[in-house]
Design a protein around this ligand. Structure first.
Ligand SMILES: *[C@@H]1O[C@H](CO)[C@@H](O)[C@H](O)[C@H]1NC(C)=O
Ligand SMILES: *[C@@H]1O[C@H](CO)[C@@H](O)[C@H](O)[C@H]1NC(C)=O
Ligand SMILES: *[C@@H]1O[C@H](CO)[C@@H](O)[C@H](O)[C@H]1NC(C)=O
Ligand SMILES: *[C@@H]1O[C@H](CO)[C@@H](O)[C@H](O)[C@H]1NC(C)=O
Ligand SMILES: *[C@@H]1O[C@H](CO)[C@@H](O)[C@H](O)[C@H]1NC(C)=O
Ligand SMILES: *[C@@H]1O[C@H](CO)[C@@H](O)[C@H](O)[C@H]1NC(C)=O
Ligand SMILES: *[C@@H]1O[C@H](CO)[C@@H](O)[C@H](O)[C@H]1NC(C)=O
Ligand SMILES: *[C@@H]1O[C@H](CO)[C@@H](O)[C@H](O)[C@H]1NC(C)=O
Length: 391
C-alpha cells in the first residue's frame, strides 16, 4: 500500500511538474492551448488556464479595445491609456479628424496630397501621390530648386532670369528669362538675328560671312565684315579708316572714305579711286570743274581754279560774242537768202561753214592764247584746219 502511495505521489509530482509549460501563453497537459487573450504578461494557470491577473475584467475574456496602445487598458473601465497612432477617444475607436494623423492625432497632414486628397490618418502618407511641386512620403518636401512638376521629376530650363529657380509647380520662369532665351519656361534660344533680354535686340548684321551673332551677348564669333568693328560689329570704322578690322588708312586726299572698301570722294585738286591723281585742266573736288576757257593754256590752280598763267588779255570780250558775231551773221543771212534762191543744195554746207566760222571769229577775239584749246576735240581739229588754211 505504502509503495503504491509513493508511486502515485511520484506520478503526481511528474504530472504537476509537466504543467509548468516552457512556452508562455499556453497551458494544458500538452502545453498546446492558448491562454485567454487578455492575461497580463500573457501567462495563465498551467492547469486550468485561468488568468491570475488580467488587463481588463477578472475573467479576462474581453480584450482591451483594439486600438489601445500596447494592448493595455484600464482594468475596471476598459479605457485605453493611450491610442495607437491614427486613433483617438477614451477607447480609441475614433479616427483622427481630417487633416491630422499619427500619435495622439497631433500631426497635421502636409496638405500637398494630389487632388487635395487627405492624408492617411495613421501614417500621414499621401496614397495617390503629391500635388505639383511636392514630394516625399507625406508630400512634405517641396521640389528642390531646378526641378518641378509631379514628384519633381521635371527639370527646369535653367535659364530663368538671375539664375532664379523656375516655378515648382509649372516650370515657368516667373520673373522672366536670362538674356538669350525666350518662352515661358525660357527653354528656347533667340531665333537667328536676335539676342539679349527677351531676344529683343537685333544682331548688328555685320558679322563676317553673314554669320549670326551670339544669342546671349550679340557678339560676332569670327569677326566683322569689312568696315565694321567692335565685339558685336555694330560700329563703323572711325573717320579715316576702312576695311578689315578698320586697319586700313584712307588716302589723305579723301574727303569722304567709304568705311567698307575705302572708296573715296576726293578733296579739291585730286581724283581717282584713291584720290592720288592730280587734276589736269580741271580743279575742285574730284577735279569736277574744268579750268576756265579764259585761262592761258587753260591751266588753272587745281585747288581753287584761278588761272595759273593769267587770263587772256581780251578775255573780257570773249563772252561778249553776240556784239561781233551778229553783224557777221546778218551778212551771212543776207548771203544765204540769196543763195537759197540760187542753190538750195548749198545751204547745208553754208550752214556748216557758218558754224565753224563763227567759232573761228569767237576765237579770234582771244588774241593771246590758244583759246581753241577750249573747244571740243573734233571742233578743234576742224578749226585748226580752218585757221591754217585761212591764215
Ligand atoms: C494538444 O495535443 C493533444 C495530444 O497531441 C491533442 O490530442 C490535442 O488535440 C491538442 N490540442 C490542441 C488544442 O491542439
Ligand atoms: C521683357 O519682357 C517682359 C515681359 O514682356 C517685360 O516685362 C520686360 O520689361 C522685358 N524686358 C526687356 C529688357 O525688354
Ligand atoms: C530690329 O530690326 C527690325 C527689322 O529689321 C526693326 O524693325 C527693329 O526696329 C529693330 N529693333 C531694334 C531694337 O533695333
Ligand atoms: C550677306 O547677306 C547679304 C544680304 O542678305 C548678301 O547680299 C551678301 O551677299 C551676303 N554675304 C555673304 C558673304 O554671304
Ligand atoms: C583687330 O584690331 C584689334 C585692335 O586694333 C586687334 O587686337 C585684333 O587682333 C585685330 N583683329 C584682327 C582679326 O585683325
Ligand atoms: C588704293 O590704295 C590701296 C592701299 O593704299 C591699294 O591697295 C589700292 O591698290 C589702291 N587702289 C588704286 C586704284 O590705286
Ligand atoms: C588760289 O590758290 C593760289 C595758290 O594757292 C593762290 O595764290 C590764289 O590766291 C588763290 N586764288 C583764289 C581766288 O583764292
Ligand atoms: C580772269 O577772268 C575771270 C573771269 O572773267 C575773272 O573772274 C578773274 O578775276 C580774272 N582774273 C584776273 C587775274 O584778271
Amino acid at each position: 500500500m505504502n509503495r503504491i502511495s509513493i508511486l502515485l505521489c511520484l506520478v503526481h509530482l511528474f504530472v504537476t511538474h509537466s504543467y509548468s509549460c516552457s512556452n508562455n501563453g499556453f497551458y494544458g497537459t500538452y502545453c498546446n492551448i492558448s491562454c485567454p487573450i487578455n492575461c497580463r504578461d500573457n501567462t495563465c494557470d498551467q492547469g486550468n488556464g485561468n488568468c491570475d491577473n488580467c488587463f481588463y475584467k477578472i475573467h479576462c475574456d474581453t480584450p482591451c479595445p483594439t486600438n489601445c496602445k500596447d494592448n493595455s487598458c484600464h482594468f475596471d473601465y476598459g479605457t485605453c491609456y493611450e491610442c495607437k497612432p491614427g486613433w483617438t477617444g477614451t477607447t480609441c475607436i475614433i479616427k483622427c479628424r481630417e487633416g491630422w494623423f499619427g500619435e495622439r492625432c497631433n500631426h497635421q497632414c502636409s496638405g500637398h496630397c494630389r487632388d487635395n486628397m487627405i492624408c492617411n490618418y495613421v501614417t500621414g502618407h499621401c496614397e495617390r501621390g503629391c500635388s505639383l511641386g511636392w514630394t516625399g512620403y507625406r508630400c512634405e518636401k517641396e521640389c528642390e530648386d531646378g526641378t518641378f512638376g509631379y514628384e519633381c521629376t521635371n527639370k527646369c530650363s535653367g535659364h530663368c532670369l538671375d539664375d532664379s529657380p523656375c516655378n515648382k509647380r509649372t516650370g515657368i520662369c516667373d520673373i522672366g528669362c536670362s538674356p538669350g532665351y525666350i518662352n515661358s519656361d525660357c527653354g528656347t534660344e533667340c531665333s537667328t538675328g536676335y539676342f539679349g533680354m527677351n531676344c529683343s535686340e537685333n544682331c548688328s548684321g555685320h558679322c563676317v560671312n553673314n554669320e549670326s551673332c551670339d544669342h546671349v551677348t550679340g557678339v560676332c564669333f569670327n569677326g566683322c565684315q569689312d568696315g565694321y568693328i567692335g565685339a558685336r560689329c555694330d560700329n563703323i570704322c572711325k573717320k579715316g579708316y576702312y576695311g578689315k578690322n578698320c586697319s586700313l588708312v584712307c588716302s589723305p586726299n579723301c574727303k569722304t572714305c567709304r568705311h567698307m572698301d575705302g572708296l573715296c570722294s576726293c578733296k579739291a585738286g585730286w581724283m581717282g579711286p584713291n584720290c592720288t591723281t592730280e587734276c589736269v585742266w580741271s580743279f575742285g573736288e574730284n577735279c569736277q570743274y574744268p579750268c576756265g576757257g579764259y585761262c592761258i593754256d587753260q591751266r588753272c590752280d587745281r585747288f581753287n581754279g584761278s588761272c595759273l598763267y593769267g587770263n587772256c588779255t581780251l578775255g573780257t570780250q570773249q563772252n561778249d560774242d553776240s556784239k561781233h558775231i551778229t553783224p557777221v551773221t546778218i551778212a551771212f543771212i543776207v548771203g544765204l537768202s540769196a543763195s537759197v534762191i540760187v542753190n538750195i543744195v548749198a545751204i547745208g554746207s553754208f550752214l556748216l561753214e557758218l558754224r565753224i566760222h563763227s567759232k573761228y571769229m569767237e576765237n579770234r577775239n582771244c588774241q593771246c592764247c590758244d583759246c581753241w584749246f577750249n573747244l571740243h576735240i573734233e571742233e578743234r581739229i576742224t578749226t585748226e584746219g580752218l585757221l591754217y588754211t585761212n591764215i
